[in-house]
Design a protein around this ligand. Structure first.
Ligand SMILES: [Mg+2]
Length: 411
């Protein structure tokens, strides 16, 4: 018998999150059918529970949703608002422990093993969290409690909305016996995989746990063992601390001009080039930042540094460029001296998950950026580049561009 202390891990899943946030921000939408969608030709991203009663589901087109409920309220999603609300919600969790791992924009794991006794047990913590979310935000959530992340995640799916499901270690085996393979979505077993399992005679989680490991690795390679562990309800991955810092603290690029200049157009076009490179590097690290810093060294070697922090995270070159120009115009222009060196850097970094890109436009924009990065990675930097970068190219040699990246975190 394993006599280690049984872990108590919570998975908190906000119910119809985007639609609920919209209802919270606009009381006129409360209790009404609401769908959140992107702009243009798009689909339902989230439907409120009132809208779901009409049969409206995520992924439907707007005309389909309207057909089911002609009075449905359509709201264009505002991702910044949802991220902002998430960050405020995290503060509630952090009142208990720093073992808070963000899983997606509306889901967090919390490991309360070390602190549950201060609050009368894990279940009580879950109830306090539910109450605070309701009173402070008017939002509901479903919570699963289990001895590891996989079980907590599966438990949270049991009851929606506003559920609380607790599966202690001693009940795990019974729970898995009852759990059909289709209900294991969200922990790495998608629809197609579930179908494949069923063809192999695996209909429940327990069937998966009992399956012959040789057969599983024959079909799924090294993932075979991973699936078997999921079926057995085994998961050793820890809940990371909320304060685990990204591997990089700031990312930036600087450039020394081939000759000192006070030509605004030349400076702007170099700024664009530096912003593009900085954005590319941020995306390489899968990060976004919200503080832009501009550094200028003048011909007499005096220097000026100005920074500004914005409310939202970004990592596209264009966004960095726009903000850099803002700082230049507000704090540095008009130039009194010629410029020798120009630098841009981004700090206030965060990791970004793909789940943050839920809306069509952002998805398209992200796809475009990824394609550009891929081509540039293959054929050399700036194979594809914004037009005004031409000015910079004509003025000097791009290769002289210096890179600086500050690493402060090791693992
Ligand atoms: Mg949710």
């Amino acid at each position: 018998m394993d006599n280690k202390i049984e872990k108590k891990i919570l998975l908190i899943d906000m119910n119809s999150y985007f639609a609920s946030v919209e209802q919270m921000c606009n009381p006129a939408l409360k209790g009404k059918p609401v769908i959140v969608c992107g702009r243009g030709r798009t689909v339902v991203v989230t439907a409120s529970y009132e809208a779901r009663e009409y049969g409206i589901k995520t992924g439907m087109t707007i005309p389909e949703a309207r057909k089911l409920c002609p009075n449905v309220n359509i709201v264009y999603g505002n991702l910044d608002k949802y991220i902002d609300t998430s960050l405020k919600i995290h503060k509630i969790f952090l009142d208990f422990t720093d073992r808070v791992e963000v899983f997606s924009i509306d889901e967090c794991f919390i490991d309360v093993t070390d602190v549950e006794n201060y609050y009368g047990g894990a279940e009580n913590i879950a109830l306090i969290i539910k109450r605070r979310l309701k009173y402070e935000f008017g939002l509901t959530c479903s919570i699963g409690i289990g001895p590891n992340k996989v079980i907590a995640k599966l438990a949270a799916k049991m009851k929606k909305p506003d559920g609380l499901t607790i599966i202690p270690q001693k009940k795990v085996q019974d729970f898995l016996k009852e759990l059909s393979i289709e209900k294991m979505q969200g922990i790495g077993i998608g629809k197609h995989l579930a179908e494949k399992f069923k063809k192999l005679g695996i209909n429940t989680a327990a069937d998966l746990g009992n399956a012959d490991p040789m057969m599983l690795s024959g079909y799924f390679g090294i993932l075979g063992q991973v699936y078997k562990n999921i079926g057995l309800g085994i998961d050793y991955t820890p809940v990371r601390s909320y304060y685990d810092k990204p591997p990089v603290k700031s990312v930036g690029h600087s450039y020394t001009f081939p000759q000192d200049t006070n030509n605004i157009e030349v400076i702007k076009s170099y700024l664009l080039m530096l912003s593009e490179k900085t954005g590319e590097r941020l995306r390489y690290y899968k990060m976004a930042g919200k503080t832009v810093c501009i550094f200028i060294r003048f011909s007499d070697f005096s220097h000026i540094m100005r920074r500004n922090t914005y409310p939202h995270y970004f990592n596209s070159g264009v966004e960095i460029f726009k903000k850099s120009i803002e700082i230049l115009v507000k704090n540095i222009f008009p130039l009194s001296k010629k410029v020798r060196l120009l630098g841009v850097s981004i700090s206030g970094l965060t990791r970004i998950t793909t789940q943050e890109y839920l809306f069509e436009e952002q998805r398209k924009n992200k796809k475009l950026i990824e394609t550009v990065d891929e081509i540039n990675g293959k054929y050399g930097q700036f194979t594809i580049k914004p037009l005004s970068m031409k000015i910079a190219e004509n003025f000097g040699i791009l290769k002289k561009c210096g890179v600086f990246t500050t690493r402060t975190w090791k693992k």
